[in-house]
Design a protein around this ligand. Structure first.
Ligand SMILES: Cc1cc2nc3c(=O)[nH]c(=O)nc-3n(C[C@H](O)[C@H](O)[C@H](O)COP(=O)(O)OP(=O)(O)OC[C@H]3O[C@@H](n4cnc5c(N)ncnc54)[C@H](O)[C@@H]3O)c2cc1C
Length: 747
């Protein structure tokens, strides 16, 4: 046996997506980082060892413009490119490559941390892990530690305060909380994959397979041939036990049921399964819940549902509050109860550090949230963005010699601006970075989209879309809206009811408050432009929803054309299926009632007049993602286009950050629950050059790129002194016009 010591600026323990993103974030800020993980593959529950698919704030496309950016966004895009079939092994490599790309980051696989040297409840000095297969005992020293173990062992050993189980309603006033606190948890799950062998395959069940006909499962859960992996998320058990100390027992029960389900499928004669075989059964139970640390703030269900706009927001979520019956797969009620907020909600930094261990941050499923709020924050893309924030916080603490609490109290703008500079997932926070020279420049462009309209070109086919239900059209209102025209067919003369609704919040995209209501006569006839006066000028740019009420005689025209910042919605009818076929959808949830599914990348034909929503200055000092509007510059003409910065006094520039549009409305999933057709987002600028104006009045290329498929690009070059800089977008990955979300310039 060997003993070793490792000194770093930041130690991250646990290499699930939270830990991976925490470690990468800290390493990118120039800190030395040790990422210590007890499995041979990174990714935690998303890895090929467990195979949970990575979901996040889009919630399978329920929320609009909600996909994560930052490191999680990069992983999604890279996986989309490399792994269009959703192969779990290819995903492992995407995550591992992202870790290995960081020169400041040392990865310790197979290293299980079991000891913590700490002044109990005060400060961690070091953690020690045993590396299996190498017979090494490694002690990791650093000024700050991030517990991303999911189960929270590191914090526990250090004496950090935590909770296990459910809080009572009296504690935080949560609607779904029980009257009394208890130890109920979400249970653990093992998944399995099947495949068609192409020839008959027998199945002899092992001795431990359970006869599932003796259980409530066949009656209360959907069993189908062809389902794989996360389709069986409901094979869950252990919520009434201790999901850590009973882990082995839980695994055996889950295995017995999986083999029982497979025996049922193969041998009951009720399924067409002759040529099917078991391809893979997990051996590591995917754990959903254990310790939740107590930070300076405990995130609650009420704050999630009301989307509390925390001043110290560092990430956002959007998954429903998604809780499961404690009996898991043996419950006689549906496997989950889910409720969505009206848009994404915010996560405060104070939920990411211990209230009593001074140098401990945490990220992932163990953050300071109640059991109910955790029901939403626990999905992995959200855990990843929390990880990026915790890693960023840890790096700043190490660099500045402060504790996480001091960072939260005194240097919050530094934390948020650092996150935004890295293109992390922050909603509604503006770039106020004092070092960003672009903010002092005049911003102009070769052309700009200035009219809000989607019209069918000559010969462009449109689909008549019946008004058998209310339809909606989300539009950016910037600075005002006047008349809106819609292309309508009417089989008989009618009166259309057209309304304008405020969305009330920048992060929301559902009708919330009715502003204007009009009744518009429409004669019988085809291809009629019908106009409604919907005049509105909000205090600041905001999305509004034009609602066209159901009408038995009328149709809108739908065209296969995407207009950035515009989305079409259809009102769900009573009894229609929800997002998940096997989870009943509660009434009164605007994002579930107003469905964008099936209408994305298409638009009802409309004309809504002039707009500033795509102006060049949106790309400088802005929100860097959709918030009350698209928040990007959008060229007005197809083909090559440029965005330009001019300074009154020349400045020295050596670094340029570019954020390119990758359509954060497009829902992605690492294992492709819903397969997205694009391997590269078509909106992304593929070929571009960055040029500085030199003394002779010529443009000199300082950076150039071809074949780009990333959203966030940083170019460092020999500093130039210049009065003007421009980005020339030469081509995109398919979209006709160029778009730039953010342009930053640094000395
Ligand atoms: C079956 C199932 C279905 C789910 N469904 C979804 C879904 O559809 N989409 C979704 O996004 N999320 C889903 N979730 C939730 C999600 O998987 C978890 O909340 C998420 O994985 C938490 O991420 P994490 O990084 O905090 O922890 P984990 O993914 O649990 O990763 C933590 C890692 O730390 C390692 N570790 C633990 N202790 C130590 C130690 N002492 N030393 C070193 N390493 C250690 C562990 O081995 C583990 O790999 C599901 C979970 C389960 C179990």
């Amino acid at each position: 046996m060997r003993e070793e010591t490792v000194h770093s600026d930041v130690s991250v323990i646990g290499g699930g997506l939270a830990g991976v993103c925490a470690a990468i974030a800290a390493a990118r800020l120039g800190r030395t980082v040790a990422l210590v993980h007890n499995r041979p593959v990174v990714g935690g529950n998303s890895s090929s060892e467990v195979r949970v698919w990575v979901c996040g704030a889009t919630a399978h496309g329920v929320h609009r413009w909600a996909r994560e950016t930052g490191i999680m966004g990069e992983l999604y895009l890279e996986n989309q490119y490399r792994n269009p079939d959703g192969n779990p092994y290819y995903w492992d490599q995407v995550v591992l490559d992202a870790v290995r790309a960081e020169p400041n980051l040392r990865l310790f696989l197979n290293t299980d941390v079991r000891d913590v040297a700490a002044e109990h409840g005060k400060r961690i000095e070091s953690v020690t892990g045993w590396t299996m297969g190498s017979e090494k005992l490694i002690t990791f020293f650093s000024p700050v530690f991030v517990d991303c173990t999911g189960d929270g062992l590191i914090g526990h050993l250090a004496g950090a305060d935590y909770r296990i189980g459910r809080e009572s309603r009296a504690e935080h006033g949560e609607e779904w909380a029980p009257p009394e606190p208890d130890g109920q948890l979400l249970g653990s799950t093992i998944l399995f994959y099947t495949k068609d062998a192409g020839h008959p395959v027998k199945y002899v069940p092992p001795s431990f397979a359970k006869n599932i006909l003796d259980t409530p499962i066949p009656e209360h859960r959907l069993i189908r041939t062809g389902d794989n992996g996360c389709d069986y998320w409901w094979v869950e058990w252990g919520g009434e036990l201790d999901t850590v100390h009973d882990n082995e027992h839980i695994r055996d029960e889950l295995w017995s049921v999986i083999h029982g389900i497979w025996d049922h499928i193969k041998n009951s004669g009720r399924f067409d399964a002759d040529t099917l075989t078991l391809e893979w059964v997990g051996a590591v139970p995917g754990k959903r819940e254990y310790r939740r640390f107590l930070g300076d703030h405990v995130l609650t269900q009420t704050e999630v549902m009301t989307q509390k706009p925390f001043d110290d927001r560092i990430a956002f979520g959007g998954w429903s509050v998604d809780l499961h019956p404690v009996e898991g797969m043996y419950a006689e009620k549906p496997g989950a109860r889910q409720r969505y907020s009206d848009g994404v909600y915010h996560i405060p930094f104070r939920s990411l550090y211990s209230r009593n261990v001074r140098n401990l941050l945490f990220a992932g499923r163990n953050i300071s949230a109640t059991h109910i709020a955790f029901g939403s924050t626990r999905v992995m893309a959200t855990c990843a963005t929390i990880g990026e924030a915790a890693g960023t916080g840890a790096a700043l603490c190490a660099a500045q010699g402060v504790t996480p609490r001091e960072l939260a109290d005194r240097r919050l703008p530094l934390l948020q601006q650092t996150l935004l500079r890295q293109d992390a997932s922050l909603m509604g926070v503006r770039n106020t970075d004092p070092d960003d020279l672009a903010r002092a420049a005049r911003v102009t462009a070769s052309s700009t989209l200035t009219r809000l309209t989607v019209e069918p070109g000559p010969g462009t086919p449109t689909t008549p879309w019946p008004l058998d239900r209310d339809l909606g059209l989300i539009l950016p209102v910037d600075p005002r809206l006047d008349c809106v025209e819609l292309l309508v067919d009417a089989h008989a003369g009618t009166e259309l009811n057209i309304e304008l609704w405020d969305t009330l919040r920048g992060e929301n995209a559902v009708p919330a408050h009715r502003l204007v209501s009009r009744t518009v006569p429409v004669p019988e006839g085809k291809d009629q432009w019908v106009s409604a006066d919907l005049t509105w000028q909000p205090d600041e740019p905001r999305n509004a929803v034009v609602v066209v009420r159901a009408d038995p005689h009328a149709y809108l025209h739908l065209v296969d054309q995407r207009r950035t910042g515009v989305l079409c919605l259809a009102r769900k009818l009573a009894g229609e299926p929800g997002v998940d076929h096997d989870i009943p959808e509660e009434d009164g949830q605007p994002v579930a009632d107003w469905v964008a599914r099936g209408l994305r990348r298409r638009s009802f034909c409309f004309r809504a007049g002039p707009t500033r929503a795509y102006a060049p200055d949106k790309a400088v000092g802005g929100y860097q993602r959709p918030f009350g509007g698209p928040q990007m510059w959008h060229a007005g003409e197809p083909g090559e286009a440029w965005l330009r910065l001019d300074w009154d006094t020349p400045v020295e520039i050596g670094t340029v950050h570019l954020v390119l549009d990758d359509d954060v409305d497009e829902y992605l999933n690492n294992l492709h629950r819903h397969r997205t057709e694009f391997e590269v987002m078509p909106e992304l600028v593929s070929d571009y050059r960055v040029e500085a104006l030199t003394d002779g009045g010529n443009w000199t290329v300082v950076a150039q790129e071809t074949g780009n498929r990333h959203r966030h690009r940083t170019h460092r070059f020999a500093p130039v002194r210049t009065g003007a800089l421009r980005v020339v977008a030469e081509a995109t990955n398919g979209a006709p016009e160029a778009r730039i979300v953010a342009l930053r310039a640094y000395a």
